[in-house]
Design a protein around this ligand. Structure first.
Ligand code: C5P
Length: 215
């Protein structure tokens, strides 16, 4: 059974500010992308790790991760995933991961892959702790709502079909595309270590999570 992990890292990271795209910014002494690449490469359940990078980012990748297997992404996350899954060869299971979530544990990957024994896809989720409100001021009950993280795991065939058939609005993850085809997506226990790094202050918060003394 072949399992491939695809890290999407072709975003501009413009919400972060700074001179480098955020996936190449130093986080606890190492480029952000290198953290999840190392963890997924070391995971015994994963056979290959591929990266999808932005146009013109090859020199950045070479210095962050010399020798990494990569392809060039597109203008949206969905396009980057589609180009990535086209570039990787045949697989049985594909994990899609955002470079913006540096700290991936073997435990989360195990839960995801176990869930694929009975489901078409699996995603890690955490409960919503805050009160939620819509733009018009209406309160949104948080009971039953979850925050969805990556990596997300899928059976190869349904993920490829979901990308080939997609015609909806721009999705923010792959699970919603698989569900749109009628595929089953299991929810597994997420991990606070997987919080996404989006805004400038998130780098320091991520460094604190691994006990790194912030500059
Ligand atoms: O922008 P956001 O943080 O939601 O992006 C999620 C992930 O998708 C990031 O790792 C980013 O690099 C990646 N992405 C991509 N191609 C794009 C846009 C985002 O690979 N065109």
């Amino acid at each position: 059974m072949k399992t491939v992990a695809l890290i999407v890292a072709a975003g501009t990271g413009e919400r972060m500010g700074g001179s480098l795209p955020k996936q190449y910014a130093l986080l606890a002494g190492r480029p952000m992308l290198a953290w999840s690449h190392a963890a997924l490469s070391a995971d015994p359940a994963i056979d290959e790790v591929f990266v999808v990078i932005g146009e013109g980012h090859q020199a950045l990748l070479d210095s962050a991760l010399p020798g990494a297997r990569f392809t060039i992404g597109g203008a949206t996350r969905r396009q980057s995933v589609a180009l990535g899954i086209r570039a990787i060869g045949a697989a049985d299971r594909i994990l899609i991961h955002d470079a913006a979530r540096p700290f991936v544990s073997e435990q989360v990957v195990d839960h995801l892959l176990s869930a694929l024994e009975t489901a078409d896809g699996a995603v890690p989720v955490l409960p919503v702790a805050d009160t939620l409100v819509a733009a018009d001021g209406t309160n949104v009950p948080r009971a039953g709502l979850s925050r969805v993280q990556t990596p997300q795991a899928f059976r190869d065939e349904i993920l490829r079909r979901a990308h080939a058939d997609w015609s909806g609005d721009e999705p923010t993850d792959d699970a919603q595309m698989v569900r749109a085809l009628g595929g089953s997506v299991a929810l597994v226990q997420g991990d606070p270590m997987l919080e996404k790094v989006t805004w400038a202050g998130d780098i320091a918060a991520a460094e604190a999570r691994v006990g790194w003394e912030t500059r």
